[in-house]
Design a protein around this ligand. Structure first.
Ligand code: PGA
Length: 243
């Protein structure tokens, strides 16, 4: 695992966007799994301009969803699907056939898990994952205590996830369950980046990177990834002893 620290959120976001563009340059038919959330927002907003400058074309790559709130439709601004549509797919002109997201309104979550698992196998696995980290150490909705061998699964959301998740919604919303790719997908991806920004993430970043490798802090599992890098701004890195 390589650790890269940038002076601020802006520099961090430029670096992450450059990594995505590089990935597509090297392999235009890449399968990407890019997280929703506040952290990667600027990264995605920077992508069209950087891609344009580099002459990179996103028309042949494919996207798979990382996670979704169960019971929340994609018309809700707090859904991961909404976020990705607004910040990533629309600005890059990604065609619907390139996109595979979770249906948060599925009547059959177990089948939805199987559908996404099959989809990932069918497209040859994930080339690049870009994930954030929750205040409880989660990646996607891999909540503390999740199995390291989990593939796609439905999960009861941790109390922290339920309350912190309110920030994505216009009004108070009941968040109970989520559907998510598992830590096994993270470990099986050919390349993975975890991003974190801001002082509020400093404590959990220290635990994930310098504490023991344990599914009690799911993000710590990234340290087992042969090609898993951590990209931080200086505030998120401020409690690390190596800095
Ligand atoms: P955030 O979410 O980017 O909105 O902080 C991170 C996460 O919960 O995975």
């Amino acid at each position: 695992m390589a650790l890269r620290v940038y002076r601020n959120y802006d520099a961090l976001s430029h670096a992450a966007a450059a990594e995505i563009v590089l990935q597509i340059k090297q392999n235009p038919i890449s399968v990407l799994c890019l997280a929703a959330g506040e952290t990667p927002r600027l990264t995605y907003n920077l992508l069209p301009e950087i891609a344009d400058k580099e002459g990179v074309d996103f028309s042949r790559c494919r996207f798979v969803g990382l996670d979704e709130w169960l019971g929340i439709p994609d018309t809700n601004e707090g859904s991961c699907a909404w976020f990705l549509r607004e910040n990533l797919f629309a600005p890059l002109n990604i065609a619907p056939r390139q996109i595979n997201l979770f249906d948060g309104m599925t009547k059959d979550p177990a089948e939805e898990c199987r559908r996404m698992s099959r989809r990932i196998v069918d497209c040859g696995g994930i080339d690049l994952m870009l994930v954030g980290i929750g205040l409880n150490g989660h990646i996607g909705f891999n909540e503390p205590g999740v199995s390291e061998d989990a593939h796609v699964h439905v999960t009861e959301l941790d109390e922290t996830t339920r309350s912190v998740g309110q920030k994505y919604f216009r009004e108070a919303t009941v968040l109970q369950r989520g559907i998510t790719l598992g830590l096994r997908h993270l470990l099986e991806s050919r390349k993975a980046f975890m991003m974190a920004a801001g002082a509020k993430k400093a404590g959990i970043i220290r635990l994930a990177l310098e504490g023991s490798i344990t599914t009690k802090v799911p993000a710590s599992i990234l340290r087992k990834h042969a090609c898993g890098d951590v990209l931080l701004d200086s505030e998120a890195a401020s409690m690390l002893t190596v800095i």
